[in-house]
Ligand binder design. Structure first.
Ligand code: CO
Length: 165
């Protein structure tokens, strides 16, 4: 298990455009394995390579309903509908904001061996794929927030979670 440092908003790498992956080699596999460990450790839903300082078009999404999925050189093929929900990012710790996104996405990507696959998702899966994809073009969800969640609202949510636990 190897954890990588998650970059936060003051790091320039988060605002740069990542380059395509050309070699599906052991180095890529090590990056993917480390990213999975890092995401797991941080208890997040998705992580993009630029968030660990690697400017390559790679991200992983790990939602309960899907299990971990690796996206290399992803392309968004289609989006539709709209959803409106709270969003956060491991690179923007402690903050949450309301973001509107398409409710459906169809994408294609290569796996760690270079094989293309197609995937579609709705709701949280779509949100997560689109959020991670934005990282590859140097965009953070903070650009899309139309309302930030206040400290009081967060506190109330944490208390509700504690009650339910
Ligand atoms: Co993020």
């Amino acid at each position: 298990m190897a954890l990588r440092k998650i970059m936060t908003t003051e790091e320039p790498c988060l605002y740069k455009i990542s380059r395509p992956v050309t070699k599906f080699d052991r180095r890529l596999h090590k990056l993917l394995d480390d990213m999975a460990d890092t995401l797991d450790d941080a208890n997040g839903a998705g992580l993009a390579a630029p968030q660990v300082g690697i400017l390559r078009r790679v991200f992983i999404v790990d939602l309960d309903e899907t299990g971990p999925i690796e996206f290399i050189n992803p392309e968004i093929l289609e989006t539709s509908g709209e959803q409106d929900d709270m969003e956060g990012c491991l690179s923007v710790p402690g903050k949450w904001g309301m973001v509107k996104r398409p409710n459906y996405v169809r994408a294609r990507a290569q796996d760690r061996y270079g094989e293309w696959f197609e995937i579609e998702g709705e709701e949280l899966t779509a949100r997560c794929i689109l959020h991670e994809y934005d990282h590859l073009d140097g965009h953070l969800y903070t650009e899309k927030v139309y309302r930030w969640i206040s400290e009081e609202e967060l506190q109330a949510m944490y208390e509700k979670e504690d009650e339910e636990a």
